[in-house]
Every structure is written in structure tokens, then in C-alpha cells.
Ligand binder design. Structure first.
Ligand SMILES: Cc1cc2nc3c(=O)[nH]c(=O)nc-3n(C[C@H](O)[C@H](O)[C@H](O)COP(=O)(O)OP(=O)(O)OC[C@H]3O[C@@H](n4cnc5c(N)ncnc54)[C@H](O)[C@@H]3O)c2cc1C
Length: 416
């Protein structure tokens, strides 16, 4: 029997394991399927990590290494090359590792399995399935970790952060990136990435454009794109063929929740991650969740912050010290795509930070936390965009004053 078992050795899992140990868990086990710790950070060799956590601009591997170093000084059992295959509601973990299949029982379990990329199959592109079509994150791994060149003439489909970063990365490797094609009227990446990855390299961003067809049988030879209208129909006369030998797909990330479902953890259809309370505990007592498996983050520093809450409370659960109290639901209101956590405990002495994403771009925005008609807290932002997570903090006094279900709304000048 172990106090805390953490599944996944990315920044979320490492952060949770460290915090669980610090809080007083006697035995903490960290299970990672890869050959090394660090998760997705190992392939992110660009800078932009750690601005909140260290007030420094680090690369992904540098950020990960700071936590891996801390782990080395702790009595935490780490198993690499160990794939967790099953999880039960009563926190029994089955893993396949170097010693074969084995089982361990946890008093508490932290889910930190990250997320995976949506594939070509998920977006229904017409044409054959030729070589040269990659998911952007996979291409990043092949290029940055395995050291292989991907292609010479590139189109990126989807303007999320991975797509933007790969457009710049391929350019730096000598490829010609002909365009980043995006179906939405705005990019789904961070503003800083649009400036630093596209504008600085004069890579065109074609908004409200869709791929109609992929050409080529053995290797991709080009794509046909066209502009689309508000009903997502192709606009006549706007079709164009772009020749390319590589198409990178950056069309969304999905939390890796197969294990969560096996453990009977309820998922939120909006985040596709677990429903959690402010202690990052799921509906299953003793199972906690954090990081990209809970909801897809844009900034790793927030992953670390969240992982500390999950790790601390998993340890408290294991040593029978988890606080309990009155829980209230938090619901997304006008303009809000999702909020997290979905439940909060009003007696929390440290207060609680709520995370949310908007549906649209808002200028001169006000985020309002309401219980009924009353506005409990308001935060003003010059601009809110769907790609950037927003946070609003309620202190202990504001929490205590809450009566009934909480709704978060955004008001402001709407842009598409
Ligand atoms: C291309 C890209 C660029 C980014 N750029 C930035 C940036 O500039 N700045 C920034 O702050 N953030 C950036 N991020 C975001 C940040 O890297 C992620 O938010 C963060 O890595 C998520 O951490 P995680 O631990 O939740 O998931 P991951 O890092 O994905 O780790 C999950 C781990 O769980 C393991 N795992 C999964 N299933 C199992 C299983 N069944 N058994 C055992 N192990 C398992 C995986 O192997 C993996 O190691 C970027 C992300 C990407 C993809």
C-alpha cells in the first residue's frame, strides 16, 4: 500500500509528487511510460516557460529539469518505462513495466497523464492518406528529439500554439512555410506566438480558410484550400492550390482520460477532463487530477500551480487530513466556454483561484463572479481571447459570503 500514486511524469505529475511528499505522504510513487521524465516539455526547445514560476524565460527541458532536480533529493519512488494500463475506483493501479505486469494499491491517486493531439481522421479531410501529413506535436518530437528533418515545403493547418511554434521551427530548419491555414476568424494560439512565430518570419496566416482536398498518393503534393463563410461553406471563386511536401496538423488536443474513465471518474463535456472540486479531487474519493489531463493549458506555470493543489490534497487524503465543508457548484455563464474547478469549498482559508476560457474575443472586458443577482467579484481585462486562460481569485472572506450556485460571466465589447 502506497500513500500517493501519481500517474504521468510530466510537469503536472512531478509537481504533484513533490508536493505530496512535502505535505507528509510517507510513500509516493511516480509512474511514467516514457524513458525519461518531463513529458511534453522535453520536445519544446523554444523559450517561453517559467515566466510566472521563476520570473525567467526558460526552454521546456530547462523548466522540467528544475523540478527533476528537486525530485532527485526526495525519497520518491520513480518508475520509468512503466505504462499504467488500469485503474479501479478503489485506487488499484495495474502497470506494465520492466518487471512485467504489476499492481499497486494507493491510498490516493493523482491523474497527470497529459493530453494527445487530434488526428487527420478527426477532421475529415478529403483525399488519400499520403506520407508527409503529420500531427504538429509528433513532428516536433521527430525533429527536436530524434533529429530528423520533416520536409521542405510546408503548410500548417490550425493556428494553435503547437502549429505556430512548428511554423517557426520548420523555417529555422530551412523549410519554406507557405501558410498557416485556420478555419476560425481568429488564431487559437497565444498572441505572443503569432508575433514571434509568424509575423517575425512573414509567414501568412489565412483565417477562415479550410482545406478542401489533399493531393498526392504516395507523398503529399499539395492542398486545395478555400475561404469559408459564417455557415462554414466554401466561398465561390476563392479556391487555391498550394503545393507542399508536408502538412502539419495542429487541430486540437484531447485530455488522455481513458484511465480516468476506468476509475469511474466523471468527465466534464466542456473541458473533456475530470469534474473536480477546489482540492482537484474528482467525484471518486481519493482520485485527484491536474495538468493537461484535467483541461488543456496554454502555460506550464499554471500546470505546476494546479499540480501542487492536487498533490497536497492527495497527501492529506492519504493521511486522513483532507478538509471537508460546504461545496457550491460553479457554472459557466454568458461568454464563458468553461470554468474550473466545477465545485468549490466555501470554508477554504486560502481562498480559491477560478480558471476560465472565453468563447469569443472581448475588449474592455469585465469578468463577474455572481451568486444569483449579486456580483461577488469583478475583474477587468483590456482584452480576453479564447486561447488564453484567465484566472480570478476569491479570498477567504469572499468565499464565505457565497450563497448558492456560482455563475461566471464575461461582459465587454464582443469580437468574433
Ligand atoms: C508544442 C507545445 C508548445 C508549448 N509551449 C509552451 C510555452 O511556450 N510556454 C508554456 O508555458 N507552456 C507551453 N506549452 C504547454 C505545456 O508544455 C503543457 O501545458 C504541459 O507540458 C502539460 O503538462 P502535463 O504534465 O499535464 O502533461 P505532459 O507534459 O503531456 O505529461 C504527461 C505525462 O504523462 C505520461 N503518461 C500518459 N499516460 C500514461 C500512462 N498511462 N502511464 C504512464 N505515464 C503516462 C506521458 O508519457 C507524459 O510524460 C506547450 C505545449 C506544447 C504541446
Amino acid at each position: 500500500m502506497k500513500d500517493v500514486i501519481v500517474i504521468g511524469g510530466g510537469p503536472a505529475g512531478i509537481g504533484a509528487a513533490l508536493e505530496a511528499k512535502k505535505t507528509g505522504a510517507k510513500s509516493v510513487v511516480l509512474l511514467e511510460r516514457d524513458r525519461e521524465l518531463g513529458g511534453i516539455l522535453n520536445q519544446c526547445i523554444h523559450t517561453g516557460f517559467g515566466l510566472h514560476e521563476f520570473n525567467e524565460e526558460l526552454t521546456g527541458p530547462e523548466y522540467a529539469q528544475r523540478f527533476i532536480n528537486q525530485l532527485k533529493n526526495e525519497d520518491i519512488e520513480v518508475h520509468l518505462n512503466t505504462m499504467v494500463m488500469d485503474l479501479t475506483e478503489d485506487r488499484r493501479v495495474t502497470a506494465l513495466g520492466e518487471q512485467g505486469i504489476w499492481q499497486i494499491q494507493g491510498k490516493a491517486v493523482v491523474l497527470a497523464m497529459g493530453c494527445r493531439e487530434r488526428t487527420a481522421g478527426a477532421i475529415d479531410i478529403q483525399g488519400y492518406r499520403p506520407a508527409g501529413v503529420y500531427n504538429a506535436g509528433m513532428a516536433q518530437r521527430i525533429l527536436n528529439m530524434e533529429g530528423y528533418q520533416i520536409g521542405k515545403e510546408v503548410v500548417v493547418y490550425g493556428s494553435g500554439d503547437i502549429g505556430l511554434i512548428m511554423a517557426r521551427r520548420m523555417t529555422l530548419e530551412g523549410a519554406k512555410v507557405k501558410a498557416v491555414v485556420e478555419v476560425m476568424p481568429h488564431s487559437s494560439g497565444l498572441y505572443r506566438n503569432i508575433a514571434q512565430c509568424l509575423e517575425d518570419y512573414e509567414i501568412p496566416l489565412l483565417l477562415r480558410h479550410q482545406i478542401q482536398e489533399v493531393h498526392g498518393k504516395d507523398r503529399i503534393e499539395g492542398i486545395t484550400i478555400s475561404q469559408i463563410d459564417e455557415q462554414w461553406q466554401p466561398v465561390k471563386g476563392t479556391q487555391q492550390i498550394i503545393s507542399c511536401d508536408t502538412l502539419l496538423l495542429s487541430v486540437g488536443l484531447i485530455p488522455e482520460n481513458e484511465l480516468s474513465e476506468k476509475g469511474k471518474v466523471l468527465l466534464d463535456p466542456k473541458t473533456k477532463g475530470a469534474l473536480v472540486n477546489s482540492m482537484m479531487e474528482t467525484n471518486v474519493p481519493g482520485i485527484f487530477s491536474c495538468g493537461n489531463v484535467l483541461h488543456v493549458h496554454d502555460i506550464v506555470d499554471f500546470v505546476t500551480k494546479e499540480s501542487r493543489i492536487a498533490g497536497r490534497n492527495a497527501a492529506r487524503f492519504a493521511i486522513d487530513d483532507l478538509p471537508c465543508g460546504t461545496e457550491l457548484s460553479v457554472k459557466p455563464g454568458k461568454g464563458v466556454a468553461y470554468t474550473l474547478p466545477q465545485k468549490i469549498m466555501v470554508e477554504d482559508p486560502e481562498g480559491i483561484t477560478l480558471s476560465l476560457r472565453s468563447y469569443k474575443i472581448y475588449r474592455k472586458a469585465a469578468i463577474k463572479v455572481k451568486d444569483g443577482e449579486r456580483t461577488v467579484k469583478e475583474k477587468r481585462e483590456r482584452m480576453i481571447v479564447p486561447s488564453e486562460m484567465v484566472q480570478i481569485h476569491l479570498d477567504a472572506k469572499e468565499l464565505k459570503s457565497l450563497r448558492g450556485e456560482i455563475m461566471i460571466e464575461i461582459e465587454g465589447e464582443e469580437n468574433e
